[in-house]
Write a protein that binds this ligand. Structure first.
Ligand code: PGA
Length: 253
């Protein structure tokens, strides 16, 4: 792994009320207090961001949001702007998660707008890509990912994308207990990096962190992290319990 600093990110999805989120974050901050060589991020629901922000301030845990809307402000009932996320202390934002694509009709085009809005507001986008089971079975994995990556990053230059994080999340592995093998993950991560290289050059491709997501657990993280192109993990279910998530953060021990 070149000089890419590992990132272990927790996506809490639609779990935890604000008091529950605060308690989980409190425990997590204690459990990972000694972490220095890895970036750690948690993405609680919007309603808990402000309170969790107070808990993680000054710790090694950064705050992320699970989505944003690209407009700066306006009559967009129910939407959350990038500046709102910044104002509660978010550093990262997850964009284009497969659940957003599946249940909320998000597309590569809207992913592109969201990534632009994130960069314009100094948020680090964690852009999610991944193929469905059907697409894998019909041997379309690479073409699907190629399209998601190229369309999602259309009209950006290498200069814009320096802080981009990509998360490869095969849809068939999310919440199913089926993890991609570390070899399958490596194969795809290498492919994604080659697409980045062709579009944006070698320097950028080498510097971008590519996380793996989909049923990451304490017992499979080390194997995944041993792969040269796997630079971290986006963890769903196993990030909800602070003990379990801290074991993933401490995968080297
Ligand atoms: P999972 O979710 O770890 O529960 O499979 C991963 C994700 O959707 O980010």
């Amino acid at each position: 792994m070149e000089n890419r600093r590992p990132l272990i990110a927790g996506n809490w999805k639609m779990f935890k009320t604000s008091p529950e989120a605060v308690e989980t974050a409190r425990q997590l901050v204690k459990l990972v207090a000694m972490t220095t060589d890895i970036d750690v991020m948690i993405a609680p629901p919007f309603t808990a961001l402000a309170q969790v922000s107070d808990v993680v301030r000054g710790s090694c845990v950064s705050l992320g949001a699970q989505n944003l809307f690209w407009e700066a402000q306006g009559a967009f009932t129910g939407a959350i702007s990038p500046a709102m996320l910044v104002s509660v202390g978010c550093k990262y934002v997850i964009i284009g998660h497969s659940e957003r694509r599946q249940y909320f009709n998000e597309t590569d085009e809207t992913v592109n707008k969201r990534i632009k809005a994130a960069f314009d507001n100094d948020l680090i986008p964690v852009m999610c890509v991944g193929e469905s089971e059907k697409e894998r079975e019909s041997k379309n994995t690479f073409s699907v990912l190629d399209k998601q990556l190229k369309k999602g990053l259309e009209d950006f230059s290498a200069d814009n994308l320096k802080r981009l994080v990509i998360a490869y999340e095969p849809v068939w592995a999310i919440g199913t207990g089926k993890t991609a093998t570390s070899e399958q993950a490596q194969e795809v991560h290498r492919f994604l990096r080659s697409v980045l290289e062709k579009s944006f050059g070698n320097t950028l491709a080498k510097s971008i962190r590519i996380l793996y997501g989909g049923s990451v657990k304490p017992n499979n993280i080390a194997e995944l992290m041993a792969m040269p192109d796997v630079d971290g993990a986006l963890v769903g279910g196993a990030s909800l319990d602070p003990e379990t998530f801290s074991k993933i953060v401490h995968f080297k021990e």
